[in-house]
Design a protein. Structure first.
Length: 163
């Protein structure tokens, strides 16, 4: 039981670090060299209201977007961490230790996973500022995630005690 909790904490810490690192990327070219293209200056139409965006000031994700870090602790010891940055998505399954990577369209997640992973294709049922619900094809079923702010780990469930 304690090993599962340690794996969950390690996965959450790794996802928080990944989110922090991907949000802090920079380009080494000077800002003066950057000229907006015609496509970049034209407003883009979102395909769904929950499509991931680039976030607001300071890299914080807007309410109702997939972008950011998400943690599901529905099954203690079997936590799931989902990180979305732009159209890139990562899932870490603490129970198996497997990591999947792929794309997010806002309405769906399409991930490439190693054998044994249970979350490769998912449909976004709902997303708001604090909660994300994803239904996965296969045995994983539905996960309800809570948004994890960068640099903050969610509170963990109480550890079991022997009586």
């Amino acid at each position: 039981m304690h090993n599962h909790l340690r794996l969950t904490i390690a996965a959450a810490t790794g996802a928080a670090a990944l989110l922090t690192l991907t949000g802090c990327g920079s380009d080494s070219s000077p800002a003066a060299d950057k000229k907006p293209s015609a496509a970049a200056s034209a407003p883009a139409a979102a395909t769904t209201p929950s499509a991931g965006g680039t976030g607001g000031a300071g890299g914080a994700a807007k309410a109702g977007t997939l972008e950011g870090g998400w943690i599901s602790m529905q099954n203690p010891g079997k936590g799931v961490v989902l990180t979305v940055k732009g159209q890139t998505a990562f899932v870490v399954e603490a129970a198996t230790g497997l990591t999947c990577e792929g794309t997010s369209t806002g309405a769906a997640l399409d991930l490439k996973c190693p054998t044994g992973a249970t979350r490769s294709k998912g449909k976004v049922d709902s997303v708001d500022a604090t909660t994300l619900k994803v239904t996965w094809e296969g045995p994983a079923g539905t996960d309800t995630f809570q948004r994890s702010e960068p640099g903050k780990l969610p509170s963990l469930p109480a550890l079991p005690t022997k009586k």
